[in-house]
Design a protein around this ligand. Structure first.
Ligand code: FES
Ligand code: FES
Length: 160
């Protein structure tokens, strides 16, 4: 199995490593860099638990090879609250009970961040459609949609 040197920016910091060709980006982020907010669910691209942002766009890191991310700017859920304060999205999920077990939450948060970044004025229908890429097995999607809309409003207010 051939190995490759890769260099990425992860949550604002440079990182590098040697990866086998077949190693997934999820495995590299979680096991090599210790970013345990990258969750392994189905590991076949169906559930979205492993979602990260790659150059601002959500990807399923379980079905992407680490070597494909060479040179990319990656954001994991750990980037949302680098200090003591939670990100408005995290705060809204807490307020609206948009999580129970929390397994889907890192992926949901990053997908939601992408949706709001792309369209700060998104509607409930657009939020619902947008998060349909990610599965939640215990919360119910209504609370998550409520949280996304509330966070979007809060983020718009912060912009003003
Ligand atoms: S773990 Fe990657 S999509 Fe399910
Ligand atoms: S909060 Fe449990 S799977 Fe979504």
């Amino acid at each position: 199995m051939s190995s490759h040197e890769i260099s990425v920016t992860v949550n604002g910091a440079a990182a590098s490593g040697t990866v086998e060709s077949r190693r997934s980006l999820a495995d590299f982020l979680r096991r090599e860099l210790g970013l345990v907010g990258v969750h392994f669910g189905c590991e076949q691209g169906a559930c979205g638990a492993c979602t990260v942002l790659l150059d601002g766009a959500s990807v399923r890191s379980c079905i992407m090879f680490a070597v494909q991310a060479d040179g990319a700017d990656i954001q994991t859920v750990e980037s949302l609250a680098p200090g003591a304060e939670m990100h408005p999205l995290q705060e809204a999920f807490r307020r609206h009970q948009g999580l129970q077990c929390g397994f889907c939450t890192p992926g949901m948060l990053l997908r939601s961040l992408e949706l709001i970044s792309d369209n700060p004025n998104l509607t409930a229908e657009e939020a619902r459609e947008g998060i349909s890429s990610n599965m939640c097995r215990c919360t119910g999607y209504q609370y998550i949609v409520d949280a996304v809309l509330d966070a979007a409003a809060e983020m718009r207010a912060e912009e003003d």
